[in-house]
Design a protein around this ligand. Structure first.
Ligand code: PRP
Length: 206
């Protein structure tokens, strides 16, 4: 059996949709149960927080996982990226109240973000000093309330920025979700993993 860690929420629904189209049928438990199998008992799925998927795979509690490029770029886990699933599209951006918000003459730019490494590297490349303010959610508020000059965050529909009077200042990269594997599982279960990748690829080609 192959164990696959899925991120809770919208990306889990989109992942299961792809698996279903590839012929892997599952009944998601309506209870608080955090794992379930497909109908043919070939795959076991774990329901975990998006930020934790790579950890479960790295520690080989799961053979495979579905992880966004945003999380991969932030945490740089030691995993094989097997397939771009093309789901969970979003953009990593710098956003703020206006285009001038990152033009600081004598002081560091204050950046609020969950993506500390991505933010630091982005501003480093631009040669700007930054002070990173680490937050865990509702990042936009930090720019609205002025504790940060700007934010680095993901934008999907753009609604959260719009409804809070913020705009995109710079694009950093585009993100979609990838199927990842730890190295041990990749070699030990190569045949089954290759079969799954083919099923998913064929589905994507349709
Ligand atoms: C994410 C992200 C933005 C929002 C963008 O937050 O941090 O706040 O989605 O989506 P949109 O462009 O479609 O409006 P999430 O919903 O994960 O909640 P969070 O604030 O707790 O991080």
């Amino acid at each position: 059996m192959i164990t696959i860690a899925l991120p809770k929420g919208r990306l889990m629904d989109e992942s299961l949709e792809i698996f279903k189209k590839a012929g892997i049928e599952v009944d998601v438990p309506s209870s608080r149960k955090l794992f379930f199998t497909d109908k043919e008992n070939n795959y076991r799925f774990l329901i975990v927080r998006a930020q934790d998927v790579a950890t479960y795979v790295e520690y080989a509690a799961a053979d495979l996982g579905v992880v966004g490029r945003d999380v991969l770029n932030e945490t740089e886990p030691d995993l094989f990226e097997l397939l771009d699933l093309g789901i969970g599209y979003c953009r990593m951006v710098v956003a703020g109240r206006d285009k001038g918000c990152i033009n600081k003459k004598n002081s560091a730019v204050k950046v609020a973000t969950k993506f500390v490494n991505i933010a630091r590297n982005h501003f480093l490349k631009k040669g700007l000093n930054v002070e990173i303010i680490k937050l865990y959610g509702s990042i936009e508020l930090a720019a609205v309330l002025g504790i940060a000059d700007c934010i680095v965050d993901i934008v999907s529909t753009g609604r959260t920025l719009r409804e809070n009077g913020l705009e995109v200042i710079e694009d950093i990269f585009e993100s979609t979700a990838f199927l990842v594997s730890n190295k041990i599982s990749y070699y030990a279960k190569n045949e089954q993993i290759a079969k799954l990748i083919n099923l998913l690829k064929n589905e994507r080609a349709c």
